[in-house]
Design a protein around this ligand. Structure first.
Ligand SMILES: *Cc1c(COP(=O)(O)O)cnc(C)c1O
Length: 376
C-alpha cells in the first residue's frame, strides 16, 4: 500500500524566487541584521500597505508587539486591554513590560474583540483610577475586527490601539489593509503564517520618527557616538538580511497566497453546506478576510473531537481554536470581561488544513474524512 503524506494545518509555501534573493545575500556577504534585503522587504511591505506607511522589519511578530508597547510608553504597573481570544504572543509582551493584561472577550460576528465589553472594561478601570494605557485587538484567523467601533472607543477615551495583524496580511476593512487601521500595526512572518521568512515580523507606524525609534530600540539602542554609548535599554530585534530575502520572494506571490486560502474556505463551505451542525465565519459587509485558516464551529465538543480524531487517523492535522487567554493557567489571576463567546468557540471550534499549497487531492482527502465522521 502507498503511504499517504501528512497534511499540515498551514505549512510554508515558497514562490520560487526566494532562493535567488538568499543567494544574493550570500554572494554579497550581507549576512547581517541589516542590508539591502531588509530595506527592500520594508519597501515591498510599504508598497503593499500604502506608501504613507512606515515599516520596520523585525525578528518576530512578538518582538513587534513588544516594541509597539514601548512606543506607546507602556511600563511597569500599567494596564493593557487585550483580546482574550488569541495566541499567547498577543499578551506575553504586556508581561515583558511589567504591565498587567486585562482580557476582553469576543463578539459573534467576527469572533474578535467585543466593542461593548471593551467600553464596559474601560469605564470600570477609569472608575477605579486605573485608566488603561493601550488596547491590543487582533484580526484572528485573518478576519478583521470591528475597527470602526473599536477606533471610536479608542478616540473617546484617548487610549491607543495596537493592531495585531499577525494572521491578517492580505485582509482589509472597507478597502483599507489590515495592519494600517490603528495607531500601530504588527505583522508576523512565522513559518505557519500566510507568507513567511521562516521567522520574522514587522511594525507598521504612521511616521518616520516612530519607525526610527523602533529601529533604534531593535538594534541595541546605540546612541550617536564612535564608541558604544547607551542611554536606553535596547533589544536585538532586527530582521536578518538573509531572511528578509525570503520575504522579498514571498511578497511577489502574496496575492496568489490570499486567493488560494480563500479558495480553500470556499471549498470547505460549499462541500459541508448540507450540515446544519457546522458553521462558518462569514465576512460582514466591507470585511475582507485572507482566510488564513478556515475554521468551523460544530454543535458540541464531542462532534468537534470526532472530526479531529477522524482526520488524525488519516495523518491530517487539525486543531481546536485558540484557547482564550483568560482560561490559560498562566493568566488565571488576571482581570477579565467575558460573555462566554470565546469559551464556546474553544469548546466547539476546529481549524481545518488551510495551506495555500494544498492541492485538490489533499482537499478531497480532508473532505472525505470529515464526511465519513460519524454523527456530525
Ligand atoms: C503568530 C502570532 C503572533 C506572534 O508572531 P511571531 O512572529 O510568531 O512572534 C502574535 N499574534 C498572533 C495572533 C499570532 O498568530
Amino acid at each position: 500500500m502507498l503511504t499517504k503524506t501528512k497534511i499540515y494545518l498551514s505549512s510554508p509555501h515558497m514562490g520560487g524566487t526566494e532562493q535567488k534573493f538568499v543567494d544574493e545575500a550570500f554572494d554579497t556577504n550581507w549576512i547581517a541584521p541589516l542590508g539591502p534585503h531588509v530595506d527592500g522587504f520594508e519597501n515591498d511591505l510599504q508598497r503593499y500597505l500604502g506608501e504613507d506607511k512606515h515599516v520596520a522589519a523585525l525578528s518576530s511578530g512578538t518582538a513587534a508587539i513588544h516594541l509597539a508597547l514601548q512606543l506607546l510608553n507602556v511600563s511597569k504597573g500599567d494596564e493593557v486591554l487585550c483580546q482574550s481570544f488569541t495566541f499567547s504572543a498577543s499578551a506575553n509582551p504586556i508581561i515583558y513590560q511589567g504591565a498587567t493584561p486585562v482580557f476582553i472577550d469576543s463578539e459573534p460576528d467576527t469572533w474578535n474583540m467585543s466593542p461593548e465589553l471593551l467600553e464596559i472594561a474601560i469605564k470600570d478601570r477609569i472608575e477605579k483610577h486605573k485608566k488603561p494605557k493601550a488596547i491590543i485587538a487582533v484580526h484572528l484567523y485573518g478576519m478583521p475586527y470591528k475597527a470602526k467601533e473599536i477606533n471610536e472607543i479608542s478616540k473617546t477615551y484617548n487610549i491607543p490601539v495596537i493592531e495585531d495583524s499577525a494572521e491578517a496580511l492580505g485582509s482589509s476593512y472597507f478597502g483599507q489593509p489590515c495592519a494600517t487601521l490603528s495607531d500601530v500595526g504588527i505583522l508576523s512572518f512565522n513559518g505557519n503564517k500566510i507568507i513567511t521568512t521562516s521567522g520574522g515580523g514587522a511594525l507598521i507606524v504612521k511616521n518616520a520618527s516612530l519607525k526610527n525609534r523602533a529601529v533604534f530600540l531593535s538594534t541595541q539602542a546605540r546612541d550617536n557616538a564612535p564608541h558604544y554609548e547607551h542611554s536606553n535599554i535596547g533589544y536585538n530585534y532586527r530582521l536578518s538580511n538573509v531572511l528578509a530575502g525570503i520575504g522579498r520572494g514571498q511578497m511577489e506571490v502574496i496575492d496568489d497566497r490570499v486567493n488560494a486560502r480563500r479558495k480553500n474556505f470556499d471549498f470547505y463551505k460549499t462541500n459541508l453546506s448540507q450540515f446544519n451542525s457546522i458553521e462558518f465565519l462569514e465576512e460582514p459587509q466591507g470585511f475582507f478576510s485572507n482566510r488564513w485558516i478556515t475554521c468551523i464551529k460544530t454543535d458540541s465538543f464531542e462532534a468537534r473531537e470526532r472530526i479531529r480524531l477522524t482526520l488524525q487517523e488519516d495523518d491530517i492535522e487539525s486543531r481546536p481554536l485558540w484557547k482564550p487567554m483568560h482560561v490559560q493557567p498562566i493568566f488565571k489571576d488576571c482581570l477579565r470581561f467575558t460573555n462566554g463567546i470565546s469559551e464556546d468557540l474553544f469548546e466547539k471550534g476546529l481549524c481545518l488544513p488551510s495551506g495555500s499549497n494544498l492541492n485538490q487531492e489533499d482537499l478531497d482527502r480532508i473532505l472525505n474524512n470529515i464526511l465519513k465522521t460519524p454523527n456530525i
